[in-house]
Design a protein around this ligand. Structure first.
Ligand SMILES: [Zn+2]
Ligand SMILES: [Zn+2]
Length: 114
Protein backbone atom coordinates (compact mmCIF):
# COMPACT_ATOMS: atom_id res chain seq x y z
CA UNK A 1 0.00 0.00 0.00
CA UNK A 2 1.46 3.33 -1.01
CA UNK A 3 0.23 5.74 1.62
CA UNK A 4 2.27 8.73 0.45
CA UNK A 5 0.62 9.05 -2.94
CA UNK A 6 -2.88 8.83 -1.49
CA UNK A 7 -2.98 12.08 0.43
CA UNK A 8 -4.37 14.13 -2.44
CA UNK A 9 -7.01 11.62 -3.47
CA UNK A 10 -10.55 12.07 -2.27
CA UNK A 11 -13.45 9.69 -2.11
CA UNK A 12 -15.81 10.10 -5.06
CA UNK A 13 -18.75 9.33 -2.80
CA UNK A 14 -18.25 11.39 0.37
CA UNK A 15 -15.11 13.47 -0.31
CA UNK A 16 -13.15 12.01 2.55
CA UNK A 17 -9.52 11.12 2.02
CA UNK A 18 -9.58 8.15 -0.32
CA UNK A 19 -7.56 5.04 0.26
CA UNK A 20 -7.51 3.85 -3.33
CA UNK A 21 -9.58 2.16 -5.98
CA UNK A 22 -12.33 -0.07 -4.65
CA UNK A 23 -14.76 -1.86 -6.94
CA UNK A 24 -13.66 0.30 -9.89
CA UNK A 25 -13.90 3.70 -8.18
CA UNK A 26 -11.77 5.93 -5.99
CA UNK A 27 -13.26 5.74 -2.49
CA UNK A 28 -12.42 5.89 1.19
CA UNK A 29 -12.31 2.85 3.41
CA UNK A 30 -15.76 3.41 5.03
CA UNK A 31 -17.44 3.79 1.64
CA UNK A 32 -15.76 0.66 0.42
CA UNK A 33 -17.05 -1.27 3.42
CA UNK A 34 -20.46 0.35 3.04
CA UNK A 35 -20.68 -0.65 -0.60
CA UNK A 36 -19.63 -4.21 0.07
CA UNK A 37 -22.25 -4.58 2.80
CA UNK A 38 -25.07 -2.84 0.97
CA UNK A 39 -24.59 -3.18 -2.76
CA UNK A 40 -27.24 -5.87 -2.99
CA UNK A 41 -29.75 -4.10 -0.76
CA UNK A 42 -30.62 -1.01 -2.78
CA UNK A 43 -34.30 -1.98 -2.93
CA UNK A 44 -34.48 -2.22 0.86
CA UNK A 45 -33.62 1.39 1.53
CA UNK A 46 -35.85 4.40 1.17
CA UNK A 47 -34.82 8.02 1.01
CA UNK A 48 -36.74 10.39 3.26
CA UNK A 49 -35.68 13.46 1.37
CA UNK A 50 -36.60 12.92 -2.26
CA UNK A 51 -33.75 10.75 -3.52
CA UNK A 52 -31.31 13.56 -4.01
CA UNK A 53 -29.32 13.90 -0.78
CA UNK A 54 -25.91 15.51 -0.94
CA UNK A 55 -23.46 12.91 0.30
CA UNK A 56 -20.38 14.08 2.20
CA UNK A 57 -18.39 12.92 5.21
CA UNK A 58 -21.02 14.26 7.62
CA UNK A 59 -24.18 13.24 5.77
CA UNK A 60 -23.10 9.89 4.40
CA UNK A 61 -24.54 8.04 7.40
CA UNK A 62 -28.00 9.63 7.14
CA UNK A 63 -29.19 8.21 3.87
CA UNK A 64 -28.09 4.76 2.80
CA UNK A 65 -30.19 4.92 -0.32
CA UNK A 66 -28.57 8.04 -1.73
CA UNK A 67 -25.11 6.98 -0.62
CA UNK A 68 -25.55 3.67 -2.37
CA UNK A 69 -26.96 5.35 -5.46
CA UNK A 70 -23.94 7.61 -5.52
CA UNK A 71 -21.67 4.60 -5.23
CA UNK A 72 -23.24 3.18 -8.36
CA UNK A 73 -23.29 6.58 -10.06
CA UNK A 74 -19.54 7.04 -9.70
CA UNK A 75 -18.96 3.62 -11.23
CA UNK A 76 -18.68 1.19 -8.33
CA UNK A 77 -19.52 -2.23 -9.65
CA UNK A 78 -21.12 -4.85 -7.46
CA UNK A 79 -19.82 -7.63 -9.70
CA UNK A 80 -16.44 -6.96 -8.15
CA UNK A 81 -17.73 -7.91 -4.74
CA UNK A 82 -18.44 -11.38 -6.04
CA UNK A 83 -15.04 -11.51 -7.67
CA UNK A 84 -13.44 -10.52 -4.41
CA UNK A 85 -15.43 -13.15 -2.56
CA UNK A 86 -14.50 -15.79 -5.13
CA UNK A 87 -10.86 -14.86 -4.86
CA UNK A 88 -11.03 -15.15 -1.07
CA UNK A 89 -12.65 -18.57 -1.27
CA UNK A 90 -10.08 -19.71 -3.80
CA UNK A 91 -7.22 -18.52 -1.60
CA UNK A 92 -8.69 -20.39 1.33
CA UNK A 93 -8.92 -23.54 -0.76
CA UNK A 94 -5.29 -23.24 -1.77
CA UNK A 95 -4.37 -22.78 1.87
CA UNK A 96 -6.37 -25.85 2.91
CA UNK A 97 -4.77 -27.91 0.15
CA UNK A 98 -1.36 -26.84 1.29
CA UNK A 99 -2.14 -27.74 4.87
CA UNK A 100 -3.52 -31.15 4.04
CA UNK A 101 -0.49 -31.83 1.86
CA UNK A 102 1.80 -30.99 4.76
CA UNK A 103 -0.23 -33.21 7.02
CA UNK A 104 -0.05 -36.01 4.52
CA UNK A 105 3.70 -35.66 4.22
CA UNK A 106 4.03 -35.69 7.99
CA UNK A 107 1.95 -38.84 8.30
CA UNK A 108 3.89 -40.43 5.49
CA UNK A 109 7.20 -39.70 7.23
CA UNK A 110 5.89 -41.16 10.46
CA UNK A 111 4.89 -44.31 8.61
CA UNK A 112 8.26 -44.61 6.91
CA UNK A 113 10.14 -44.07 10.17
CA UNK A 114 8.39 -46.88 11.95
ZN1 LIG B 1 -16.23 7.90 1.15
ZN1 LIG C 1 -31.44 10.34 0.34
Amino acid sequence: MSKITNYDKICSVCSEKAEGYNFCALTCQPCKAFFRRNAFKLQKYKCRFGDNCQINVKTRKFCKKCRLKKCFAIGMNKDWILNEEERRVRNEKIETNRQSKQLYQKQYKQLVNK
